[in-house]
Design a protein around this ligand. Structure first.
Ligand SMILES: [Zn+2]
Length: 106
């Protein structure tokens, strides 16, 4: 798993793939340089490996994936971007916040 534990989780612990088919992962763990380069917030959960930016391979499954993740009890934060990517995070240290914001981040 190494530094890619986030991607491991996104790939293996999100049963969403069974609902919407293959899921593409754009960004998982980021070190500070990469995070700064992509304009990530300073306290990004990507820095901890607790977030991933994903989208269904089939764009027509987008809303179904959003609905699934909103209902998923492990979802800490779910932000959708106009670009069609979903930022999904989990909190291994405490209770998930279930913070869902549609059309929030760039
Ligand atoms: Zn993200």
């Amino acid at each position: 798993m190494e530094n890619n534990s986030d991607i491991y989780r996104a790939r293996h612990q999100l049963p969403a793939r069974q609902v919407v088919g293959p899921i593409l992962i754009n960004s998982g763990f980021r070190n500070e340089d990469v995070n700064r380069h992509v304009g990530g917030v300073r306290n990004s959960q990507h820095l901890l490996g607790h977030a991933a930016d994903i989208r269904p391979r089939d764009p027509q499954q987008f809303q179904r994936l959003v609905d699934f993740l909103k209902a998923h009890n492990l979802t800490d934060q779910l932000l959708t971007a106009r670009s069609g990517w979903l930022h999904i995070s989990w909190n291994p240290f405490g209770n998930p916040r279930h913070d869902v914001r549609i059309g929030y981040y760039k």
